[in-house]
Design a protein around this ligand. Structure first.
Ligand SMILES: [Zn+2]
Length: 71
Protein backbone atom coordinates (compact mmCIF):
# COMPACT_ATOMS: atom_id res chain seq x y z
CA UNK A 1 0.00 0.00 0.00
CA UNK A 2 1.26 3.46 -0.90
CA UNK A 3 1.25 5.86 2.00
CA UNK A 4 1.55 9.60 1.65
CA UNK A 5 4.14 11.24 3.94
CA UNK A 6 1.48 13.46 5.50
CA UNK A 7 -0.56 10.43 6.42
CA UNK A 8 2.44 8.60 7.77
CA UNK A 9 3.36 11.55 9.98
CA UNK A 10 -0.17 11.92 11.27
CA UNK A 11 -0.78 8.30 12.05
CA UNK A 12 0.18 6.41 15.13
CA UNK A 13 3.10 4.05 14.56
CA UNK A 14 3.42 0.56 15.89
CA UNK A 15 6.75 -1.21 16.07
CA UNK A 16 5.30 -4.60 15.23
CA UNK A 17 2.32 -5.97 13.35
CA UNK A 18 1.20 -7.66 16.56
CA UNK A 19 1.08 -4.33 18.40
CA UNK A 20 -0.88 -2.76 15.57
CA UNK A 21 -3.34 -5.65 15.41
CA UNK A 22 -3.85 -5.54 19.16
CA UNK A 23 -4.74 -1.87 18.86
CA UNK A 24 -7.04 -2.68 15.95
CA UNK A 25 -8.83 -5.27 18.06
CA UNK A 26 -9.35 -2.73 20.82
CA UNK A 27 -10.90 -0.17 18.47
CA UNK A 28 -14.71 0.08 18.31
CA UNK A 29 -14.60 -0.12 14.52
CA UNK A 30 -12.88 -2.28 11.98
CA UNK A 31 -9.22 -1.49 11.44
CA UNK A 32 -6.47 -3.24 9.57
CA UNK A 33 -2.77 -3.18 10.31
CA UNK A 34 -0.42 -2.58 7.41
CA UNK A 35 3.29 -2.12 6.93
CA UNK A 36 4.29 1.41 5.98
CA UNK A 37 6.83 1.83 3.21
CA UNK A 38 7.95 5.19 4.52
CA UNK A 39 8.71 4.61 8.18
CA UNK A 40 9.04 0.81 8.04
CA UNK A 41 6.63 0.52 10.90
CA UNK A 42 2.97 -0.35 11.10
CA UNK A 43 -0.13 1.82 10.92
CA UNK A 44 -3.83 1.12 11.11
CA UNK A 45 -6.27 1.85 8.34
CA UNK A 46 -10.03 1.58 8.08
CA UNK A 47 -9.72 0.84 4.39
CA UNK A 48 -9.80 -2.90 4.09
CA UNK A 49 -10.63 -3.45 0.43
CA UNK A 50 -8.06 -5.48 -1.45
CA UNK A 51 -6.12 -6.32 1.67
CA UNK A 52 -5.51 -9.79 2.91
CA UNK A 53 -7.62 -10.78 5.84
CA UNK A 54 -5.54 -11.82 8.83
CA UNK A 55 -6.14 -15.30 10.12
CA UNK A 56 -7.32 -14.07 13.50
CA UNK A 57 -10.05 -12.08 11.78
CA UNK A 58 -11.16 -15.08 9.75
CA UNK A 59 -11.41 -17.07 12.97
CA UNK A 60 -13.45 -14.35 14.61
CA UNK A 61 -15.76 -14.21 11.59
CA UNK A 62 -16.18 -17.96 11.67
CA UNK A 63 -17.05 -17.84 15.36
CA UNK A 64 -19.60 -15.12 14.68
CA UNK A 65 -21.13 -17.19 11.89
CA UNK A 66 -21.47 -20.14 14.22
CA UNK A 67 -23.19 -17.96 16.79
CA UNK A 68 -25.63 -16.73 14.17
CA UNK A 69 -24.44 -13.17 14.38
CA UNK A 70 -23.55 -12.65 10.77
CA UNK A 71 -23.34 -8.98 9.93
ZN1 LIG B 1 4.60 5.32 8.21
Amino acid sequence: MKTRPAICNRKKRYATREAAEDAADAAPFKLRAYACELCRKFHLTSRTKGMKTPRRELERKRNADQAGQNG
